[in-house]
Design a protein around this ligand. Structure first.
Ligand SMILES: [Zn+2]
Length: 202
């Protein structure tokens, strides 16, 4: 009994387990099965400016592992995940807030977004030819048409959104009401806000 408690205390105090789960990881190092269109590494976004120097997707490790699990679900059905955004430095959040100070669409930087914590992803699905499924609006469409509750859309679009939601929820992600493309990992609120820049490895 005493020995077991000692082992438990050693494990907890070493922090190895917690660290390996919450440290940042490049998604591409865990799987090559994802598609990418990291919009903030291009000028094709609502800021109309390239604000990331690198388009790599970084996430907390447990979030990245859950995303790999979600992608396996979609791959079995003939689809795969395409990412628009992952970890986002706090300085970029501040820029977004200046342009779109509406907390339904952009998290207030004074609180920090789940993207700043490495626990959120913006994504869609592609078919086997790499074409994006029709989700009714583009990524970062700030309007009611992008809301989950908006049903004035073709049946195929509603089904595509449902498919994305089902696969993400099974892997431990939660949707938000206003953006069909955004998912938070279940336990991400506890991660600290980060502000390091992502540099591509040369
Ligand atoms: Zn998002």
């Amino acid at each position: 009994m005493t020995k077991n408690i000692f082992i438990l205390i050693t494990l907890l105090s070493s922090g190895t387990y917690a660290q390996s789960d919450t440290s940042f990881v490049r998604l591409a190092t865990l799987s090559t099965q994802f598609e990418y269109d990291m919009r903030y590494a291009t000028s094709n976004n609502f800021l109309k400016e390239k604000v990331y120097s690198c388009g790599d997707c970084l996430l907390r490790k447990e979030v990245a592992l859950a995303l790999v699990e979600a992608n396996s679900y979609f791959i079995k059905k003939g689809y795969r995940i395409k990412l628009f955004d992952c970890y986002r430095p706090l300085d970029v959040q501040k820029k977004m807030w200046v342009i779109m100070p509406d907390a339904r669409y952009v998290a207030d930087p004074s609180k920090g977004s789940v993207h700043n914590r490495g626990g959120a992803v913006d994504l869609t699905l592609t078919d086997q030819k790499g074409h994006e499924l029709d989700m009714g609006t583009d990524f970062d469409h700030f309007g009611k048409e992008a809301h989950h509750a908006w049903e004035e859309l073709p049946e195929a679009v509603l089904q595509n959104r449902q498919l994305l939601k089902k696969g993400m929820e099974q892997a431990g992600f939660k949707s938000i009401p206003t953006e069909w493309w955004h998912y938070n990992f279940q336990s991400s609120a506890g991660y600290p806000v980060s502000n390091f820049k992502v540099e591509c490895k040369k």
